[in-house]
Design a protein around this ligand. Structure first.
Ligand SMILES: [Fe+2]
Length: 180
């Protein structure tokens, strides 16, 4: 493996495009990456919780399970992914926790994208879940390539959009280092 430190990550929507996310996860696992899909992982006293997450919007504009079965199954997918996040958070007993998702848990870090697609960039359900767990010190996500680097949950947990184009353009770096 090219990287000598532990690597934790989650799958993104592109990893689902060919209908074989398990195979993608298996290959990444073989390369040494710990893929979180509702599991918890601990590295030197820091807990990592995460999953891909899903979309559906933010705040009072979040899509609700009303009307056609298609809308209900769409919303159910967001609820199910959020349950995975909750499960992984519940498993951790560490004082410091980092959350990793593909989609954004807050609206602030998708700002910069066209407002019309905000609901397709993340879900506030995940932000609410993060805020229920005191130990969460940081949250990271990707997906919103034209979004903003920094945001916060309602409780004040720092959220970073670490999509590569955002790191390159807004911060001028290839990767970022954080102390938890
Ligand atoms: Fe994505």
């Amino acid at each position: 493996m090219a990287c000598s430190i532990p690597v934790v990550g989650v799958l993104g929507n592109h990893d689902y495009e060919c209908g074989q996310p398990q195979e993608v996860a298996r290959i990444l696992h073989q390369a040494g990456l710990k893929v979180l899909d509702g599991e918890a992982f601990e590295i030197e006293g820091v807990g990592f919780a995460g999953c891909k997450g899903f979309i559906g919007g933010f705040g009072r504009y979040m899509l609700s399970a009303f009307g056609e079965p298609e809308i209900k199954s769409f919303v159910q997918a967001a609820v199910d992914e959020n349950l995975k996040l909750e499960t992984s958070l519940r498993m951790l007993r560490t004082e410091r926790i980092v959350v990793v998702t593909h989609y954004s848990p807050v609206v602030e870090t998708v700002e910069g994208e066209p407002p019309e697609i905000f609901p397709f960039l993340g879900s506030a359900r995940m932000g609410e879940t993060i805020d229920r767990f005191e130990g969460v010190k940081l949250a990271f996500h990707g997906h919103a390539h034209r979004g903003a680097y920094e945001g916060r949950t309602a409780r004040g947990v720092p959220v970073y959009n670490v999509a590569k184009p955002v790191l390159n353009r807004d911060v001028g770096v290839e990767y970022a280092l954080f102390e938890v």
